[in-house]
Write a protein that binds this ligand. Structure first.
Ligand code: AP5
Length: 216
């Protein structure tokens, strides 16, 4: 099954993609994670992407489209995938459609994580991530057992640079300017399924499981 998780920053796309990816043995392709890794490693892509990411802007389409095309051509994607954070513009969506149809494939579903702006700000400002294994926490909603330490590996928890108040506001603006049009775009193609992402993490997981199960 080829699925896109769409929604505003902080809607919980990554949290849910991690769970569903394990349950369904589908690779979780997060463009944000791939870009952050490129920045950390100081690759050419990372050097080009850093400034955009730090300010909350989108990385240019050509860079991201090429990066995703390379990832989708890897063997583990042949049986299906979850795309998290891509596409984010109509141009990216069109490029994805072309890429898939070139290989005789198509998207099966776009899951839209609906949540309001207040919750976005609350979730992003409290998000903490493990430096070692990438596990995701929230100081209030999904706290670790020991403050500042990862439950899974004991690694140090940190706050993403773009989870600071000013950058969160900018990311939300960017979402409404450049990404929200994809809701109508995919709805028009009959692919969009909405999930109420304002619920607790486990209730959102149940909702996502239900919509995916209805497809197959
Ligand atoms: P990216 O990393 O994709 O950021 P994002 O889309 O802004 O999404 P987030 O990772 O912030 O949120 P999420 O929905 O995954 O929420 P999460 O599950 O973590 O992109 C970062 C940057 O990279 C972009 O700004 C851009 O520069 C660049 N980029 C990436 N893709 C690009 C593209 N396609 N084109 C161009 N540029 C691109 O949850 C958030 C918090 O809430 C966590 O703390 C979690 O524990 C908590 N939480 C989750 N679910 C719940 C719940 N149900 N109730 C309470 N708390 C919850």
């Amino acid at each position: 099954m080829n699925v896109v998780f769409l929604g505003p920053p902080g809607a919980g796309k990554g949290t849910q993609a991690k769970v569903i990816s394990v349950e369904r043995a589908m690779p979780h392709i997060s463009t944000g994670d791939i870009l952050r890794e490129a920045v950390a490693k100081g690759t050419d892509l990372g050097k080009k992407a850093k400034g955009y990411m730090d300010s909350g802007a989108l990385v240019p389409d050509d860079l991201v489209v090429a990066m995703v095309a390379a990832r989708l051509s890897e063997k583990d994607c042949a049986g299906g995938f979850i795309l998290d954070g891509f596409p984010r513009t109509i141009a990216q969506a069109e490029a994805l459609g072309k890429n898939l149809s070139g290989g005789g494939l198509a998207l099966d579903m776009v899951v839209y994580f609906k949540v309001d702006d207040e919750q976005v700000v609350e979730r992003l400002s409290g998000r903490r991530i493990c430096r070692k294994c990438g596990a995701n926490y929230h100081v209030q909603f999904m706290p670790p057992v020991v403050e500042g330490k990862c439950d899974k590996c004991g690694g140090e928890l940190y706050q993403r640079d773009d989870d600071k108040a000013d950058t969160i506001r900018e990311r939300l603006q960017v979402y409404y300017r450049q990404t929200a049009d994809l809701i109508a775009y995919y709805s028009g193609k009959g692919l969009l399924v909405e999930v109420d992402a304002s619920q607790t993490p486990s209730d959102v997981t149940d909702a996502v499981r239900a919509v995916l199960a209805a497809e197959r």
